[in-house]
Design a protein around this ligand. Sequence first.
Ligand code: DAH
Length: 347
Amino acid sequence: MTAEDTINDMRMRATKHLAEAGSREEIIAWERAFLGPKGELTLFLRRLASLPVDERPTAGRGGNALKTELTEAWNARHAALVAGDLEQRLATDAVDVTLPGRPPILGAAHPVSQMIDELSEIFALLGFQTVFGPEVETAHYNFDVLNIPKDHPARDVWDTFYVDLPGEIVLRTHTSPMQGRVMEQTQPPVRVVVPGRVYRYEAQDASHEWMLHQLEGLAVDRAITMADLKGTLSEMARQLFGSERRTRFRCDFFPFVEPGVDFAVDCAICGGAGCRVCKGSGWLEMGGAGMVHPNVLRAVGYDPDVYSGFAFGLGIERLTMMRSGVDDVRAFAGNDLRFLRQFARAA
Ligand code: DAH
């Protein structure tokens, strides 16, 4: 076989194999087989010197021409394969940018926080400042200042979590202890509301939680009367439940007020006729209130002959339950997003 035959034979095989090579691996193997350092063509060119002198020029020219030819063919084939890969990737990995995106889930204020904000606004318009107090409280402010002395049976009304053994530190059982703290630090006129968490040592059920939120109200000045209390709470009830609402005040006992009342609003759901939400009574109990007891005024250094005041306490969860028809107080701290999302509204 002459050198020319060898070259032609190599060209035929190389061209055929390259045309058949369908993957990147295959054309790399092909390149190694023909053009690599130990490739067939490389070895052929290296052996030129051992050819008879008269064959060398043709063999050399032919071999080098083949090298150029094969290199170009390889480049073209490689480029085609890469382009094919890309096309395939574009086809399979395609992202349809016209599809609607997935909106991020926005958080929303908890229904209790929403109610606190709403109440703060209502009371701000009535001249009340919103202040906050400690949840870990002394028995002094939680009980003593509020006319609930040690050993007084009234203390049992609040099932208390004690933090220390002698029983001097408690988780506040109501927001009322801020009455004493605020009055000690300021002189009348006082007008504050105090939203916050309170704790009670209670078994849980649909209407009892061991942690809940209250909003305390306190107004002290010269000549504050029961009429101011009724007007303030009625206005609040109408802001919350609608301008048609009527309120009801009945005698009740709380050690820190005299007289004390519980107050209710006629049920907005049934208009007072009686329904599931008001349990057939036509009235929704909103909380306790009364005229600040002279003993409380005295305990903080106010002269009860000069000053008088009213105080009230609202259950925040209760208000939301009444307004939205929630029938289980445990839902508020239950962290079930399906419940909470019903209260979500645009910020
Ligand atoms: N602190 C009372 C409670 O948690 C509620 C209350 C009643 C607050 C009458 C008051 C009030 O300020 O005057 O049961």
